[in-house]
Design a protein around this ligand. Structure first.
Ligand code: NDP
Ligand code: 8X3
Length: 255
């Protein structure tokens, strides 16, 4: 299995933190060449330094909301990274947790622009070389929030429902080209997600208290499992929770 993965090229968005960074580490172990994307260049440099002992690494610094930057970066990759075999659309976050009547317009813009439109821009930039080669694998990181709406989740849940719908649409439209498309949809994962959602406020520290949430590495394991299946197997849609979580609102906590 591992020989099949070695020297494949993966582009991971949101590789500076959490699930994206853990996936970069997991892929590097298997010799997958990495294009790591994010806005924080210092972090990209640090991760590149750590992983280039295991594999070749190229970094791209862009905001997925900026379509010109997305296309420029992906269209100008060095020759040895131009053929992208695996795309992990992971960049995204929740911004705020408010009832709809109190929602902040900037938060709504951020979630729809990053989680949905950003994913579309990156996909649009990568897909042509996959359709041309009639090969490729796209994994979109959705969420349990893309399967179930919870109180105050409104626009974040809408953005992740959109990710699931876009994934299903991509799988249908790219079917004639033999391209695998999947969504991996985790429940609570202990990353910087809650710091971003609550804008660094103290409440973010409570998000993972009293239970063992999924770790970024748990999700990275599943992503690697999905990408390393034989050519005829597509793990199309995964919903994963930590054992303590049964649904968006039911979490067994010991406080
Ligand atoms: P983190 O906050 O730890 O990581 C988010 C990543 O997205 C960072 O690398 C960040 O990089 C990148 N990112 C955010 N905004 C932009 C942007 N505008 N342009 C480019 N990159 C951006 O969170 P997670 O690892 O938890 O989140 C990763 C994905 O997993 C998201 O799509 C999230 O919705 C999803 N998810 C998370 C869950 C959780 O409970 N943590 C559960 C289910 C799904 P940088 O700031 O450097 O640009
Ligand atoms: C992240 C999980 O439950 O905070 O997508 O929406 S949740």
């Amino acid at each position: 299995m591992e020989d099949n993965m070695k020297d494949k090229v993966a582009l991971i968005t949101g590789a500076t933190s959490g699930i994206g960074r853990a996936t970069a580490h997991e892929f590097a172990k298997h010799g997958i060449k990495l294009i790591l994307c994010g806005r924080r260049q210092e972090r990209l440099d640090t991760i590149k330094d750590a992983l280039q002992k295991q594999t070749e690494v190229h970094t791209l610094n862009f905001d997925v909301r900026n379509k010109e930057d997305v296309f420029y970066a992906i269209n100008n990759l060095p020759e040895s990274f131009k053929q992208i075999d695996i795309l992990i659309n992971n960049a995204g976050n929740a911004h705020g947790l408010d009832p709809i009547q109190d929602g902040d317009l900037d938060d709504w813009d951020a979630m729809l622009d990053i989680n949905v439109k950003g994913l579309l821009y990156v996909s649009k930039a990568v897909i042509p070389q996959m359709t041309k080669r009639e090969s490729g694998h796209i994994i979109n990181i959705g969420s349990s929030a893309g399967k179930e709406v919870y109180p105050k989740g409104n626009v974040y849940c809408a953005s992740k429902h959109a990710v699931v719908a876009v994934t299903d649409g991509m799988r249908i439209d790219l079917n004639p080209f033999g391209i695998k498309v999947a969504s991996i949809n985790p429940g609570a994962v202990e990353t910087e997600f809650s710091q971003v959602r609550f804008k660094g406020e103290a409440i973010a520290d409570n998000a993972y208290k009293g239970y063992k949430a999924l770790q970024a590495e748990d999700v990275a394991d599943v992503i690697y499992f999905a990408v390393s299946r034989p050519a005829h197997v597509n793990i199309a849609d995964v919903l994963m929770f930590c054992t303590a979580q049964a649904s968006a609102t039911i979490v067994k906590k010991e406080l």
